[in-house]
Write a protein that binds this ligand. Structure first.
Ligand SMILES: N[C@@H](CCC(=O)N[C@@H](CS)C(=O)NCC(=O)O)C(=O)O
Length: 193
């Protein structure tokens, strides 16, 4: 029997694809990391004309947050209780907001710094009250999303943002050096975003 690995198609960038890649890697799911430079040839088949898209057996799914939720639900990484799941979604959606903020060329640097500080304050408090960002007894996709955004904010040169938040620095360091992620992080292709 041939096992067909799922395929994630996205640009060679972190952007909207990296939480999915990190989640799959953390969960030990083998997948094809299909990095494309031009989506024009794919446009007709893409449900919304955008990437990322995720092919897993009969499922061909678009929208990065839906893909991350699908994978998390499949591998029991989406929180256990309704309340925990709700906080997973809340944190995940806040991370999507920060990605949009970083990509937004209209907002000035100070506005970005203030917004990041506000979000970081909330994350710091949550991680002071609980080891996991969504509460509960285990890590979830929200912890991976948080790790991603802490790293991505630094990647966009807002490296001072984390300085007042020791729990966030700890969270970043924990996943950056995690045995399940370290090889992927070391070997992932260079990218501009
Ligand atoms: N809401 C979508 C947005 C996806 C999105 O904006 N994708 C961009 C790349 S980051 C894209 O495919 N742009 C190419 C285009 O629109 O032609 C998601 O989260 O997946």
């Amino acid at each position: 029997m041939t096992i067909i690995e799922p395929t994630l198609t996205y640009f060679n960038g972190r952007g909207k694809g990296e939480i999915i890649r990190l989640t799959l890697t953390y969960l030990g799911v083998k997948f094809v990391d299909n990095r494309v430079s031009d989506i024009t040839p794919l446009k007709a088949e893409l449900p919304y004309g955008q990437v990322p898209v995720y092919k897993d057996g009969d499922i061909y799914l678009a929208q990065s947050a839906a893909i991350a939720r699908y994978i998390s639900n499949k591998y029991d990484f989406a929180g256990k209780t309704n309340v925990e799941k709700a906080y997973v979604d809340e944190v995940y959606d806040s991370v999507v907001d920060l990605i949009s903020l970083l990509f937004n060329t209209v907002k000035d640097k100070d506005t970005k710094i203030q917004t990041i500080a506000k979000f970081y304050g909330t994350y710091e408090k949550r991680l002071t009250d609980n080891k996991h960002i969504a509460g509960g007894n285990d890590y979830t996709v929200a912890d991976i999303a948080l790790f991603f955004i802490l790293d991505f904010v630094n990647f966009f040169q807002f490296t001072d943002s984390i300085k007042a938040f020791p729990k966030l620095q700890q969270h970043l360091d924990y996943f950056n050096t995690h045995p399940k992620l370290v090889e992927y992080i070391k070997n992932r292709p260079e990218s501009k975003f």
